[in-house]
Design a protein around this ligand. Sequence first.
Ligand code: COA
Length: 273
Amino acid sequence: MATPREKVSAVDPIWTALRQQAEAMAGLEPSLAGFVHATILQHDRLEQALSYHLAHKLGGDDLSPLAIREMFDDLVAADDGFGQAVRADLSAVFERDPACHSYLDAFLFYKGFHALESYRVSYWLWHEGRKAMALFLQSRISQLFAVDVHPAAKIGRGIMFDHATGIVIGETAVVDDDVSIMQDVTLGGTGKESGDRHPKIRRGVLLSLGAKVLGNIEVGEYSRIGAGSVVLKAIPPHCTAVGVPAKLVNCDCGDNPSQQMNHYIEELPDNTG
Ligand SMILES: CC(C)(COP(=O)(O)OP(=O)(O)OC[C@H]1O[C@@H](n2cnc3c(N)ncnc32)[C@H](O)[C@@H]1OP(=O)(O)O)[C@@H](O)C(=O)NCCC(=O)NCCS
């Protein structure tokens, strides 16, 4: 018969791994043991640990950590999807970032992960009609992590904000699941449109460092935008676009070219800019 710990391990392997990694870190670095205990080991669930960790970062003179924990707890109680998104995001960082060697590294120290999960609270507050509180959190996230995501922007699961400094995502932007976003990326408006004016980034896209995608345009699934590129026109699925303004340099009809790293160049569609 399975022990309680074995049952938890079977249903929540990420939380089980986090706890094991936390115990190991506390042993290897005794001066961090108190921090690791307070942040991970004293909690029963991943959601509680995250709520504690981020509330201590986001809280301050204007709003206490306790008040922020209550918001996290309300979100967890209201929406099962939050925990799933957190686990998918943590997995995304661990699996995609070659510098990340454990779930614990990302959970404790990666501000892209902190910014993303804090945004998820602001998104929930926004849709609960608590817009002032959502904007308060946006402002704190921006101050602390140098990531400015409007609370109304819609961001899927399995997202990695790598390094994260300088990421800006506008109000009507949509980012589907499994997208990776490097530092200094902007999903912005052109300044010429109103209403629905921000990009729609489809599943599995890679937005390389410094990429700017401007306007209500779609970057098709599993496409890649090169470092420093400025994208002003829609990018078809499974394509790579680079430069200022961005042009297609290759397109691939494979199932998942961005992960297979399959880069052959073939005849390009008409809308190459
Ligand atoms: C977009 C990217 C993935 C393309 O990689 P690739 O498919 O291997 O493409 P290639 O290197 O074969 O380049 C194809 C062409 O595009 C050009 N190119 C590639 N990236 C470019 C960029 N960011 N800007 C302008 N031109 C670029 C190449 O010079 C080459 O042109 P050529 O055929 O005239 O020689 C890669 O260039 C990139 O930007 N990677 C992201 C790096 C990053 O964000 N790292 C984060 C570090 S913290």
